[in-house]
Design a binder for this molecule. Structure first.
Ligand SMILES: CC(C)(COP(=O)(O)OP(=O)(O)OC[C@H]1O[C@@H](n2cnc3c(N)ncnc32)[C@H](O)[C@@H]1OP(=O)(O)O)[C@@H](O)C(=O)NCCC(=O)NCCS
Length: 184
């Protein structure tokens, strides 16, 4: 059995940065919906990755890196809300598993790892948004997320192709779950 691990990372060295960048480029060019539309190059993705890396170094965000037998296989980021009134809510962004590893349960392991890291940091709810038409919201529904709304046509993937942004919420504790679903 391979060893699967999701670890919080605050300091990203050059090797890890190159692995995260290659992952994001490959995921996008394989059709993944993570902030871009294909085709992309490393030059397109690097500035957006570097913002995440800076946020992690500053302690604002947490990079959650998925490794299989020690090799980087994907990642996600947990981003904090700036308001002191909203410290119990966090957002999950950039969830991705390398295309060579998808469909094998690693996406589930990654998101559950993000939940563990979020709980350790005191978060009670997580928000996440997906692009309509990808079907990926079904993946999150299977992990405890509930749709709470949509921003109609908010994502313009191409001229004349506007997609809804689907807003999802995941309560991390039983009490929180009842606020989203009274039957939980
Ligand atoms: C979405 C993603 C992270 C899922 O990772 P994965 O390793 O392929 O998923 P898993 O193998 O852990 O799948 C877990 C379950 O979700 C389902 N699932 C996975 N991807 C799905 C999708 N795109 N649509 C619907 N269901 C999906 C699987 O069928 C599986 O269901 P099961 O438990 O009933 O068998 C991965 O496919 C990915 O990186 N996609 C490209 C990037 C992307 O679009 N990210 C979403 C940003 S919001």
């Amino acid at each position: 059995m391979p060893e699967v691990d999701v670890r919080p990372v605050t300091a990203v060295d050059d090797t890890l940065r190159a692995e995260l960048l290659a992952c994001w480029v490959d995921v996008t060019n394989a059709g993944g919906a993570v902030g871009f539309v294909p085709p992309v190059t490393a030059d397109d993705v690097a500035p957006v990755l570097d913002k995440l890396v800076e946020g992690a170094a500053a302690g604002r965000d947490v990079l959650c890196v998925l490794a299989v037998d020690g090799a980087t296989a994907g990642f996600a980021a947990l981003t904090a809300n700036g308001s002191p009134l909203r410290r119990h809510w966090g957002s999950v962004v950039r969830v991705q598993v390398h295309p060579s590893r998808q469909g094998d349960g690693l996406g589930r392991a990654l998101v559950l790892g993000v939940h563990r890291i979020a709980r350790e940091r005191g978060y009670e709810f997580l928000t996440l948004s997906t692009r309509d038409g990808t079907g990926v919201d079904a993946f999150y529904r299977g992990l405890g997320y509930t749709e709470v709304g949509r921003l109609p046509g908010a994502i313009r993937v191409a001229p004349g192709d506007d997609r809804d942004e689907i807003l999802l919420v995941c309560p991390l504790g039983t009490t929180a779950a009842r606020l989203v679903d009274p039957d939980a």
